[in-house]
Write a protein that binds this ligand. Structure first.
Ligand SMILES: Cc1cc2nc3c(=O)[nH]c(=O)nc-3n(C[C@H](O)[C@H](O)[C@H](O)COP(=O)(O)OP(=O)(O)OC[C@H]3O[C@@H](n4cnc5c(N)ncnc54)[C@H](O)[C@@H]3O)c2cc1C
Length: 500
């Protein structure tokens, strides 16, 4: 969709309905490539959940808004993929769970319902020659949740997760760098910390890597221990302390529920209500500010505003040109918070046939390409979908293969893990590698290596003049998640309203 004068004028008209009118003026020079200009209260960069939340709440507060989105769609790291029969399977973010109150409230407000992720039966765990089939609600599983009851692993699981939870509870999720031990914890990677604290680190690390690949799209060596503890602290809300288990579990955890119609539907509904204020195919290239205002230049548009909310991952904020240039600490954030490397692979079958064998479809393995898989079938189970995460080193290895090679590797692994050759013959298969997406360049979230949180954490969301920062990475609670994205959009709105 190329920007036209008509669609741009529509934005002003749409906003006049409930909010202050935007003064929209077409540029003076003629020609198809002439950018269109608008004057609004607030420009928002990025129509993911963070940017859309900010735009929605600012419009509700009576402000005029233009939201500029680089892609030809909204939703950012949430993306519905059609699998036939009117059903979708998500290629990006999809699960929500307890304490993720803000995404739940937003979905509810736009009429998107949730349903329970399929979690009936046994999970499978494969670690070299060990293969366990276990229930996450049985005698042992009731204690360990989604974590596998491998006797060689359990002592360390208990030891490490208790330590992590107790360390996380000492942190302020909004400012983990303020804790007295922050510098020491930020000096080691998760791998080093595990080697220092585990009873049997050699055995634990490959299992931990399967978890970090799914959780962050990275290896345990890539992130600092302070970041891991802060992430756990973030997995709660103002009244409920975050725990490692809540991050990992399906039942009572972050993977408990899914959205009917797919997670992207939330963004699509919010965008539909915002109407022509949402501009697609409009990558923002530069932001310049003076004492009286800010000018945001995107392909096809020049937006003059009083404030701008930049709601994109930290690394991508470094691909915008700023005048004046960003302060050193904020620019170094753009250089030091890389995205994880994550791909989602999904095999579609006529039915979720594994359910009849009392299997949830979930597996955790130290093998490759997939480290963690789950049942991603539609709510009516009219199709069976088995989705898996390929992250970190596995993303680098399998992302470099041809699609046919990758498909074969995934299906062969599924058949081997489940000991069932029916997994070899899906009716459909797709995969989606977020590192190849120009307007995300990785996933699920931006990562903090040693030193980053303590050296530059305070600059993460501190406004720079008229620029306010949103995006899930800037959230106190549920950073890295859809809920964190919504919270960050709400926080940026409060900042802007206080400043206008
Ligand atoms: C494979 C995968 C699985 C995940 N699983 C889950 C899950 O189960 N549950 C969960 O809660 N979360 C999950 N997440 C994370 C979740 O999707 C994200 O935390 C959330 O969607 C981020 O929203 P956001 O608005 O902060 O950023 P984004 O969604 O990245 O939105 C930013 C937007 O800005 C646009 N943009 C970028 N640069 C520019 C520019 N220069 N100009 C204009 N626009 C620009 C982008 O196109 C994008 O639309 C997953 C993510 C991935 C990738």
């Amino acid at each position: 969709m190329s920007p036209t004068r008509r669609s741009f004028l529509g934005a002003g008209a749409a906003m006049m309905g409930g909010a202050a009118a935007a003064a929209v003026t077409p540029a003076t020079a003629a020609g198809a490539s002439t950018p269109l200009t608008a004057t609004v209260d607030v420009a928002v960069v990025g129509a993911g959940l963070a940017g859309l939340t900010a735009a929605r709440s600012l419009v509700a507060a009576g402000k005029s808004v233009i939201i500029l989105e680089a892609r030809n769609r909204v939703g950012g790291r949430t993306l519905n993929h059609a699998i036939g029969g009117g059903h979708v399977a998500e290629a990006g973010g999809e699960f929500i769970g307890p304490t993720q109150d803000r995404i739940a409230a937003l979905a509810n407000a736009v009429g998107v319902n949730t349903f329970d992720a399929y979690d009936t039966g046994n999970n499978i765990y494969v670690n070299g020659a060990i293969r366990l089939s276990y229930s996450d609600s049985g005698l042992v599983g009731g204690l360990t949740g989604t974590a596998p009851p491998d006797p060689l692993l359990l002592p360390d699981l208990v030891l490490l997760s208790q330590q992590l939870d107790s360390d996380a509870a000492k942190l302020d999720p909004a400012a983990p760098w303020t804790y007295a031990q922050a510098s020491a914890w930020d000096s080691v990677t998760v791998e080093t910390w595990t080697r220092q604290h585990a009873l049997n680190a050699t055995y634990v690390l490959p299992v931990l890597a399967a978890a970090t690949r799914a959780l962050w799209g990275c290896e345990p060596r890539d992130v600092s221990y302070l970041y891991a503890a802060a992430y756990v602290a973030s997995a709660g809300n103002a009244t409920t302390t975050g725990t490692f288990e809540r991050l990992l579990n399906v039942r009572n955890g972050a993977q408990q529920s899914r959205f009917v119609g797919g997670s992207q539907l939330v963004s699509q509904r919010v965008a539909a209500a915002l109407g022509a204020a949402v501009k697609l195919n409009a990558p923002v290239r530069s932001i310049s500010q003076t004492s009286s205002g800010v000018t945001v230049v995107a392909d096809g548009y020049v937006v003059n505003a009083r404030r701008v909310v930049v709601a994109i991952p930290p690394a991508l904020t470094g691909r915008i040109a700023y005048d004046p240039i960003l302060p050193a600490d904020r620019d170094l954030i753009t250089q030091r918070v890389p995205m994880g490397a994550l791909m989602k692979v999904e095999a579609v079958y006529p039915t979720p046939f594994w359910r009849a064998n009392n299997l949830t479809g979930q597996f955790l393995t130290t093998g490759e390409p997939v480290g963690y898989a789950f049942d991603n079938s539609p709510p009516d189970a009219s199709l069976g979908v088995l989705a898996g995460f390929v992250g970190g080193d596995a993303d680098r290895t399998y992302g470099a293969m041809t699609p046919a090679q990758r498909r074969e590797a995934v299906l062969t692994q599924y058949a081997s893990v489940f000991k069932d050759d029916r997994f070899l013959s899906p009716s459909d298969y797709f995969d989606f590698n977020w590192v190849d997406e120009p307007w995300t360049r990785g996933g699920p979230t931006g990562l903090f290596a040693p030193g980053t949180l303590t050296e530059y954490g305070p600059a993460l969301r501190a406004p720079v003049g008229r620029i306010h920062w949103a995006g899930t990475e800037t959230s106190d609670y549920w950073q890295g998640y859809m809920d964190g994205a919504v919270r960050s959009g709400e926080r940026a709105t409060h900042e802007v309203l206080a400043a206008l």
